[in-house]
Ligand binder design. Structure first.
Ligand SMILES: [Zn+2]
Length: 406
């Protein structure tokens, strides 16, 4: 088989043909022309058109490589007279109207960019970074328009930092299907509102039942505005994070107070606090009791923290509430300022914390996806623009459909 025939078949040309394949040191140049008087299609509506209006300047498309040589297609596009659309550039069977690459290369690049960085993908296909960025953004645009939108019941709203904790994005997950729904630039009320008004819309907001989030005020306000019937549930991992911060604060202020000898002894025995007392040897018990004598505030903080973890196992809302009330009272008696603040935070968000017992969902379900977003940011050495970072997140986490290969 001639190489011309092979390429013509590969590109599934019907109204076009390969006139010549030219080999240079760096490329294979595939020259394409119209085949006789076969009818061309309109680039907008794909309708067959009888009349060709004019012939434009030659254009070039990058295609997949043949062995090691990159393929380039060259063709002079026709403009057709479409009865519906008027004078339009024809439809190319090998590429989308806007594209500088063929559909086959577009697909290959889009798929690889889900696994590798944009730089890595570009290197693999001998393209530049910008071409990969264009392809990914096109794929995301297409995917967002064309993705299925089944009803959503349980969502998680979270923030991810861009550029070492200085700038934040908001991500929204469908916690049932474990898929990314939406990414917004920033974490303010205005920035996140479009999720409810545009992505969801009033009708789809009505199916929302549980919304999992940090005790971050703007998000809760948005839920009250747009999905008033949904239950707000404060995320387990965020609550534990605040609790750990309280422990850390107590530890730090106590360490400042201790003498050097006490500090060393304390550092060596800190882990004893996390073990069950009945598993300790006599020597360890001795060390623990010294520890308790020296550092009562730190010890109290550790035990409060450990006791709090029991809350997550309660099955009955009433029991859970009783437990939490008891815990909060003992935390208030602990004379530890950070714990009093933590209790204040719990009190202000009690309904959304107790909701855990009923629903047992948390953003932990999508922790893997959060890590993926972090690795996307790392492997690209941090995206300079939010727009690119957002496109990369959608591309890797939203399971968007790619355009169908024709
Ligand atoms: Zn048309």
């Amino acid at each position: 088989m001639l190489i011309e025939t092979f390429i013509r078949k590969q590109l599934r040309l019907k109204a076009h043909t390969v006139t010549n394949v030219e080999e240079t040191d760096e490329h294979m140049l595939v020259h394409i022309d119209r085949l006789g008087k076969r009818l061309l299609r309109c680039g907008v509506c794909r309708q067959r058109c009888l009349e060709v209006h004019d012939i434009r300047e030659e254009r070039e498309w990058r295609d997949l490589s043949m062995r090691k040589l990159p393929l380039k297609l060259r063709y002079c596009p026709r403009r057709v007279e479409c009865p519906r659309c008027g004078v339009r550039v024809e439809d190319f069977p090998w590429a989308e109207p806007w594209a500088r690459v063929t559909t086959a290369l577009f697909h290959a690049v889009a798929k690889l960019a889900r696994e590798l960085s944009w730089q890595g993908t570009a290197r693999q296909y001998g393209l530049n970074w910008k071409s990969v960025a264009t392809i990914v953004k096109r794929a995301v645009k297409y995917g967002l328009q064309d993705r299925p939108r089944p009803p959503v019941h349980v969502i998680g709203i979270d923030e991810v930092s861009r550029r070492k904790g200085q700038v934040y994005l908001t991500v929204v997950y469908d916690l049932e299907r474990r898929v990314l729904l939406w990414v917004g630039d920033d974490r303010t009320e205005e920035a996140v509102r479009p999720f409810f008004t545009e992505e969801m819309g009033r009708r789809r907001c009505r199916t929302l039942q549980v919304i999992c989030m940090d005790m971050w005020a703007p998000y809760a306000k948005l839920v009250k505005d747009h999905a008033p019937k949904a239950q707000i549930l404060f995320d387990r991992f965020h609550i534990v994070k605040h609790l750990n911060e309280a422990v850390e604060e107590v530890r730090r202020s106590e360490m400042r107070r201790l003498s050097r000898k006490e500090k060393v002894a304390f550092k060596r025995s800190r882990w004893l606090l996390l073990k069950n007392p009945w598993n300790l040897s006599d020597d360890q018990k001795e060390r623990l009791s010294t520890l308790v004598r020296w550092n009562t505030p730190i010890v109290r903080a550790y035990y409060l923290k450990e006791a709090f973890q029991l809350f997550w196992d309660y099955k009955q809302p009433k029991r859970a509430e009783e437990f939490l009330e008891k815990w909060m009272r003992s935390a208030m008696r602990s004379r530890l300022e950070p714990f009093k603040n933590f209790v204040g935070m719990l009190r202000a968000h009690l309904d959304g914390i107790l909701a855990w017992t009923k629903h047992h969902v948390s953003n932990g379900a999508v922790e893997g996806m959060n890590n993926k977003i972090k690795s996307i940011s790392h492997r690209s050495f941090g995206f300079r623009t939010a727009e690119n970072f957002i496109a990369a997140i959608y591309h890797c986490c939203a399971r968007l459909p790619l355009p169908v290969e024709r």
